[in-house]
Ligand binder design. Structure first.
Ligand SMILES: [Fe+2]
Length: 246
């Protein structure tokens, strides 16, 4: 507010954020993907100083959200499970120095096993699963860890660009301690043939950065619940940061 002394910030968030390396991020303009041209600024970006609104973020969300993860493989706890391959997705969220980020907010959304989203704009002619919303929201635990149960999503066509097909993927939005840590991305499944032709995944130039967008497999076991487990750690910023993909 004008005339008010500036509010002192806690030491831990008095940090400078390194700019992203372009080669590790999604290309701004993707040939054959017209949406990339309308979603991005046509003028050069202007640098401006960070203020309190970028250096802070939502707090105490653990009062309202589940800690560590949740089960979205059914619509209600204990309800019938959605159709498809039962999976667990696990990992850790870290800051750019590799320190775990407790209470980072993770939001996920995904298609069902037939490649259909519960969304009015989804025009894919595939069935809705009445036991599946594909939506989740929770916070990481004390060591930055998370784990959620779900169903492996199916591939789906993009209704433009000659019926380009998206490989199976899960969308993630992650909030660290400040809005500057927030990013949105998509994580893909290993060994999927459609990964080779996906316009978004392949619009990240750096091959190592692309690898950070693919789940790791974990040893398979048969136990009380039979599920396939995939792992993905996230680094919110810095040299090893997970690329943003929207
Ligand atoms: Fe998607």
């Amino acid at each position: 507010m004008r005339g008010q002394p500036p509010i002192p910030l806690p030491e831990t968030i008095q940090v400078e954020y390194e700019p992203y390396q372009e080669s590790t991020q999604l290309a701004r303009y993707i040939q054959d993907y017209p949406r990339s041209f309308t979603r991005n600024p046509s003028q050069p970006l202007i640098r401006r100083p960070l203020t309190l609104s970028e250096r802070t973020g939502p707090i105490a969300l653990e009062r309202r959200l589940a800690i560590d993860g949740e089960d979205i493989s059914s619509k209600e706890p204990g309800g019938p499970r959605a159709i498809g391959q039962f999976i667990a997705v696990t990992g850790r969220v870290m800051d750019e120095d590799g320190a775990p980020l407790a209470r980072a907010v993770i939001e996920i959304w995904q298609a069902n096993s037939a490649g259909k989203y519960v969304h009015e704009l989804d025009r894919h002619q595939a069935p809705i699963d009445s036991n599946f919303t594909g939506l989740g929201r929770f916070v990481t635990g004390a060591e930055g860890q998370y784990k959620f149960l779900s169903i492996k999503p199916g591939a789906y066509p993009v209704m433009e660009s000659d019926w380009w097909w998206r490989p199976p993927h899960i969308h993630f939005s992650i909030f660290g301690p400040s809005w500057m840590n927030r990013y949105v991305t998509q994580i893909f499944f290993p060994g999927e043939p459609l990964n080779e032709t996906d316009l978004l995944l392949n619009a990240v130039q750096d091959p190592e950065a692309r690898d950070r967008l693919i789940f790791e497999t974990t040893p398979t076991t048969v136990g009380a619940v039979n599920l396939l487990t995939f792992r993905r750690d996230f680094v919110l910023r810095g040299k090893r940061s997970t690329p943003a993909l929207d």
